[in-house]
Design a protein around this ligand. Structure first.
Ligand code: PMP
Length: 448
């Protein structure tokens, strides 16, 4: 079967995510028949370098036997069992290892099966904690402008990317939104630390005035990924932790996109030396192999639910595939690779290479910023470089880069005007050169 035949079958029965399906009248759908390392191969034999790790999930390449073999073995032992009243080896081992790897205050793992559900769990758990404490007036969440936490209704409510949210507004919770510490608009010569600190003033004020009605503040530590890969300084997280302690408010760290080495440390919170009250993990948790998510929380939170059944304080949230043994096995194999290959150190060399290869863009008349945080590098195209005036979204400049990437065998999927790389950690220096060269060409074409 070739691409065209496959596409006909697909478009007859599927409705794809995050897609205006009419686009596929002009834009080719890419059917993939196999993956190998950083490469995806379509039904015509054309290969694409997966520069965005298939929506940021893949860490160690496609079809990596170090992850697929243990999954195959687990498949023959136990594919799934409910996690209520029952348990299994992979979920206990994984929980032990996550508790050991995350900040010391996090001692309990609660599982779900995708990122949005993990966010729902954290929001409900925080609210419910305060209910169990008799703090019934705590019903609000604080979020950052330009944040993204998923697309189920609760998770969408605490996000702030208009594109995904606006239509559903009448259905949503109403968070208190505070200006993001994202440093894109800082003054010339102002450090990221100074700017993020300055942006914290608004958070401090909101917490001071309204802490009695606030359950938690939810943030994406260091990088607002779906919010156009905007980045901020770790100082903000340290200030937030301190303020949450002073005002009796939980801190939820959504590390779904930034966890597992993306920002240069295993978890982004490490860079600020803080432990959140809830840490949400998914995506890279299984190396990109299977859907799984987890919320880690602290002993005081756990204890607030622990009581006689008749008190009705239990957390009754559940999903059918909670803590799936295959997903947990993939996660264990992923953690093995982190340990055995000293990945965090090795990634430093890769992130330096990415940075080096795009330096010529600093002088590009339509590149307003090249920014990087560990293994995430983003290039913001703008109509006016100095004033940072964006190109109108209707022009779909990013789409031109996407199309060029496909022609040249690189899967780039810009977010609006922002071209970015978030590649699997098995990418080589030579592949980085290819990926960046194609992106640079695409940016030249898209900004002509
Ligand atoms: N939080 C963040 C920070 C994310 O980037 C995402 C996914 N892009 C989610 C939550 C939602 O995860 P999922 O798509 O698995 O529901």
């Amino acid at each position: 079967m070739n691409n065209d035949e496959f596409i006909r079958r697909d478009l007859a029965v599927l409705w794809h995510p995050c897609t205006q399906m009419k686009d596929h009248e002009q834009l080719p759908l890419i059917p993939i028949r196999r993956g190998d390392g950083v490469w995806l191969e379509d039904f015509n034999g054309q290969r694409y370098l997966d520069a965005i790790s298939s929506w940021w999930v893949n860490l160690f390449g496609h079809a990596n036997p170090r992850i697929s073999m243990p999954i195959k073995e687990q498949l023959d032992r136990l594919e799934h069992v409910l996690l209520a009243g029952f348990s299994h080896e992979p979920v206990v081992q994984l929980s032990e290892r996550l508790v050991a790897l995350t900040p010391a205050a996090l001692t309990r793992c609660f599982y779900a099966d995708n990122g949005s559900s993990a966010v729902e769990v954290a929001l409900k758990m925080s609210f419910h904690y305060w209910q169990n404490q008799g703090a019934n007036h705590k019903t609000k969440f604080v979020n950052l402008s330009n944040s993204y936490h998923g697309e189920t209704l609760g998770a969408l409510s605490v996000g702030d990317v208009e594109l995904y949210k606006k239509t559903y507004q009448p259905l949503l919770l109403e968070p208190i939104t505070v200006a993001s510490p994202d440093c894109y608009y800082r003054q010339d010569g102002q450090s990221t630390e100074e700017y993020s600190k300055q942006q914290f003033a608004q958070m401090e004020q909101v917490l001071a005035q309204r802490h009695q009605e606030i359950c938690a503040v939810i943030v994406e530590p260091l990088v607002q990924c779906a919010g156009y890969m905007r980045m901020y300084d770790p100082v903000y997280l340290a200030l937030l932790r301190d303020a949450c302690d002073r005002y009796g408010v939980h801190m939820i760290a959504d590390e779904i996109a930034v966890g597992f080495g993306r920002t240069g440390t295993l978890f982004a919170c490490e860079q600020a030396g803080v432990a959140p009250d809830f840490m949400c993990l998914s995506k890279g948790l299984t190396g990109g192999y299977l859907p799984l998510s987890v919320v880690l929380t602290s002993e005081p939170v756990y204890q607030a639910f622990y009581d006689d059944y008749q008190k009705l304080t239990a957390f009754l949230h559940s999903h059918s595939y909670t803590g799936n043994p295959l997903g947990c096995t993939a996660a264990l194999a992923t953690l093995d690779i982190f340990e055995q290959d000293k990945v965090i150190e090795a990634n430093k060399i890769l992130s330096e290479a990415m940075y080096r290869e795009v330096q010529e863009l600093q002088d590009h008349p339509h590149v307003a910023e090249v920014r990087q945080c560990g293994m995430i590098l983003a290039i913001e195209m703008a109509a006016d470089k100095v004033a940072k005036t964006p190109y109108p979204w209707q022009e779909r400049r990013g789409l031109a880069v996407y199309r060029h990437g496909l022609e040249e065998g690189v899967l780039l999927r810009p977010l609006g005007n922002v071209v970015y790389f978030m590649p699997p950690y098995v990418i080589t220096q030579e592949q980085i050169r290819h990926m960046t060269k194609v992106a640079i060409e695409g940016i030249h074409l898209a900004t002509k």
